[in-house]
Design a protein around this ligand. Structure first.
Ligand code: ADP
Ligand code: MG
Length: 828
């Protein structure tokens, strides 16, 4: 099966074309370090020849050392110095070694480590004809002489057979780099199809991969071999048809391994790749006489091999943090396979002949530099996202079952634990609003999700209300920073001077218009300016209402005069319902001061009546008609409160008087006692004899103390009652105002069709919704509406579900429209 954007890879979710990376993906698991640093293993393999230079090339007894000795006469032109002897100690010298032994020595460990999740790279380096291809691929016509590549494939499949606990997949790709161009040696396979765009090397969080290179899933050894042969054949054909010398190109055969545990619970899996690299001939070309194609090839090979060397030197230098991988295609493509977390092996192929000594020396130098490079092999562990999701889903289903059992044991049925949809959230929002308005006594607790949503909706409603209050304040007042003393004092001065002209003939300040005793005093700043005027007192001393109205309107004739220094300054300083008084006052003054056309609300929604009555007039009407009952209760409570207050103050006075008398009596008694002591005490059988006067005083004191206690008890009861009454009065006041606002909006501003759409007595009254925000009906009303519809449906029951669905869709639509409308309004 091929990858190359041509065929899907159903069995493995994460593994994509060319995405097999040496480094674990970002956000997945970092490579698991073995903790030990390892050196690159460098071997030298000597090609058998009849003309072996025995005098020049000698092997050490350890089978790891190779000594080169130059005779003076052959030194000419080789190296321009005096040195005649070199000794290279590597990881092993393979002289007359069979393919079998070479594989055992060089590749076996790397391949078996790959099955454990470690990347591996085996590379053959050396001059053309030294045996790189023989070592890597081997003789394809002779099984015995097969090279590392087919043996590696064999080992991989053998090991898979030995690991039934794991589902292991194998993929292969075969890349050739010739003159800095990338070629897919497996692109000729019928299912791959021609590549539209040239291949590119891409780096992503998963690692480095060649975009456009086909990656082939192989389920058995034979398939893998076929792919290898296909690639080899293509390499040979290309050398004829494209005049492309195979020894001038680098080839990279990659085996990708991915191992998933067969135990379903394990979400971790490992990936690895083995790069088998047959490098281009390392002989120095183009020194003399080369031209055209050969020169070009020589330039590219020299460059890429020297970049490879640079990268390797940089890798060997612990202090270097930048490795120049991107200088050429070879190092870029091998970026995550050179050094790093890989097991790396280099086989340097050399000729054993005297004439090739120059290249042999050069190759051995490369090998010994390579040997210095250290790597830190690490397992590439990844998370199988799909399997993880599956496991979590299983877990979730189990927990839901568990929950259902608990519910049924606790007699809780029909509890839904699914995430809430928009309609349910809108319902909760409506519940919260009703709860806040006092039309809903309590919100039933259903489950955690619902509780969280209730809190959430409280926050939503609260922030909406805050914004409403603030914007309405801003519409009416200029807010000044409370720390801005200069502005505050300027304003205070100005207000004080204006106020001077506001005192009426009796010397009283202008009061509230209805004379009913709540709320309206003077702007709070008057008090702040230093003139302490209690609104309650003002209320009692109101002049006639018409005179007050005049006064009031002249007082608040300019908007700039109505100034709250700030919200925060008002709140803490307010006592005894001052804030509410002020709000009420503010409403009432605004009804006097503001003409309907001044209000932005009214500009947006023209009133139904050409001129609706001013709020103050309407308020009078309201108190007499619609709101008469509330007003009556309000007044009643207020008078009870006043009466209790009076009684409390009388009791306090009485207590004080009693206290005074107690003190006097105590003093008198004390005097009598001291007098008696002076005169000498009388005792009769141990009993103290006191005179009549003292006795009377004692009795009086006892009586006074009793009185004191009784009165004190009364006062305590009265205080409790006053507190309670105060609360009631506040509630009534609030209720009266809210009802008035609702009534006022409904009577003069809410379009009739909107009102008609809502049944009377519904929990959401149109007047409760700010006029500018009426976009749709509340959920409850929609429900009632749909119930009504169902009742009146002339057709059979079949049509009900149709209509139900329709209404639900409309509800959803309306809800979205409303929230959008609110958001827009808020942004404004
Ligand atoms: P390179 O790929 O390095 O250019 P080759 O692998 O093509 O060199 O080898 C050149 C020739 O030498 C081939 O015919 C190959 O069969 C032969 N040869 C190389 N190494 C050996 C070896 N160890 N044993 C037998 N023949 C070899
Ligand atoms: Mg070759």
């Amino acid at each position: 099966m091929a990858a190359v954007y041509t065929a899907p890879q159903p069995s493995i979710p994460v593994f994509g074309r060319g995405s097999c990376s040496g480094r674990a993906a970002k956000g997945l698991l970092p490579p698991k370090r073995m903790g030990t640093r390892k050196k690159v293993h460098a071997f030298v393999r000597v090609r058998p020849t009849d003309d072996f230079a025995h005098e020049m090339i000698r092997y050490g007894d350890d089978n790891k050392t190779i000594n080169i000795h130059l005779k003076r006469d052959t030194q000419r032109g080789v190296v321009n110095n005096q040195q005649t002897d070199w000794s290279f100690r590597l990881d092993g010298v393979l002289h007359d070694a069979s393919q079998d032994l070479v594989y055992e020595t060089v590749a076996k460990d790397v391949v078996s480590q790959a099955l454990n999740g470690y990347n591996g790279t085996i590379m053959c380096y050396g001059q053309t004809g030294a045996g790189k291809t023989y070592t890597m691929t081997g003789a394809t016509e002779n099984y015995k002489h097969r090279g590392i590549l087919p043996r590696a494939l064999q080992q991989v499949f053998r090991m898979i057979e030995e690991r039934p606990t794991h589902a292991i997949t194998v993929r292969v790709s075969y890349l050739e780099i010739y003159n800095e161009s990338l070629f897919d040696l497996l692109s000729t396979l019928p299912y791959v199809g021609p590549s539209v765009t040239p291949m590119t090397i891409v780096e992503n969080p998963q690692g480095v991969f060649v975009k456009g290179l086909s990656v082939h899933l192989t389920s058995q050894e034979e398939d893998a071999f076929s792919l290898l042969f296909e690639g080899e054949t293509n390499r040979i054909i290309a050398s004829h048809t494209m005049n492309k010398n195979s020894s001038r190109s680098h080839s990279i055969f990659t085996i990708y391994v991915e191992a998933h545990s067969r135990t379903l619970s394990d979400e971790k899996y490992i990936t690895s790749k083995i790069n088998l690299v047959d490098l281009a001939g390392s002989e120095r070309l183009g020194k003399s006489g080369s031209e055209g194609r050969v020169l070009k090839e020589a330039t590219y090979i020299n460059k890429s091999l020297s970049f490879l060397e640079q990268a390797i030197i940089a890798l060997g230098d612990q202090k270097r943090d930048h490795i120049p991988f991107r200088q050429c295609k070879l190092t870029h493509a091998l970026k995550d396979s050179l050094g790093g977390n890989c097991n790396m092996v280099l086989v340097t192929n050399i000729y054993g002949e005297a004439t090739q000594l120059e290249e042999t020396l050069s190759s051995l130098r490369f090998a010994s530099r390579m040997k210095l490079v250290t790597t830190e092999p690490a397992i590439n562990e990844k998370y199988d996202a799909e399997r993880m999701v599956k496991n979590l889903e299983k877990e979730l289903a189990l927990l839901k079952q568990e929950l259902a059992i608990h519910d049924s044991l606790a007699n809780r049925t029909h509890v839904n634990y699914d995430p809430m949809d928009e309609i349910q959230i809108a319902e909760i929002n409506s519940q919260v609003r009703r709860y806040l308005a006092g039309t809903l006594d309590e919100i039933d607790v259903i489950n955690l999700r619902q509780i969280q949503e209730v809190f959430n909706q409280f926050r939503v409603v609260l922030s909406q209300q805050e914004q409403e209050v603030e914007s309405s304040l801003r519409r009416k007042y200029t807010l000044i920073d409370k720390n801005d003393f200069a502005t505050i004092s300027a304003v205070q001065k100005r207000l004080a001077s204006i106020q001077a002209g506001l005192v009426d003939a009796d010397g009283h300040l202008v009061g509230e218009p209805d004379g009913q005793g709540f709320g309206f005093g003077v702007a709070s700043l008057t008090t702040k300016a230093g003139k302490k005027v209690k609104s309650k007192k003002t209320v009692k001393e109101q002049p006639s209402s018409s005179a007050r109205k005049e006064g009031a309107s002249s007082f608040v004739s300019g908007k700039d005069l109505d100034i709250f220094t700030s919200k925060t300054q008002l709140t803490p300083s307010s006592k005894d319902g001052d804030v509410k008084d002020m709000l009420l006052r503010d409403r009432e003054t605004s009804t006097i001061e503001t003409l309907p056309s001044d209000s932005p609300k009214e500009e947006l929604h023209p009133p139904r009546l050409s001129t609706p009555p001013s709020k103050s007039v309407a308020f009078e009407d309201f108190k007499n008609e619609r709101g008469s009952e509330i007003n009556r209760i309000f007044k009643e409570n207020k008078s009870i409160l006043n009466e209790r207050r009076k009684r409390a103050s009388e009791t306090t006075q009485r207590i004080n008087a009693i206290k005074k008398e107690i003190d006097i009596t105590k003093e008198a008694l004390h005097f009598q006692k001291s007098l008696r002591e002076k005169q000498g005490e009388y005792e009769n059988k141990g009993l103290m004899i006191i005179d009549e006067e003292e006795f009377q005083l004692i009795l009086k004191l006892k009586d006074l103390k009793k009185q004191y206690r009784t009165e004190y008890q009364d006062l305590r009861d009265l205080r409790a009652e006053i507190q309670y009454c105060q609360h009631l009065v506040e509630q009534c006041r609030h209720r009266l105002l809210t009802e008035f606002d609702v009534w006022y909006n409904e009577s003069f501003f809410i379009p009739e069709d909107v009102q008609a759409a809502l049944k009377p007595g519904s929990s959401i009254r149109p007047g409760m919704v700010p006029v500018s925000r009426i976009v749709s009906l509340g959920e409850d009303d929609q429900d009632k509406f749909s119930q009504l519809q169902q009742m009146m449906l002339p057709e059979g029951p079949d049509s009900i579900s149709f209509y139900n669905a329709k209404v639900k869709t409309e509800q959803k639509h309306n809800y979205l429209k409303t929230t959008m409308g609110l958001q827009q309004a808020r942004r404004k």
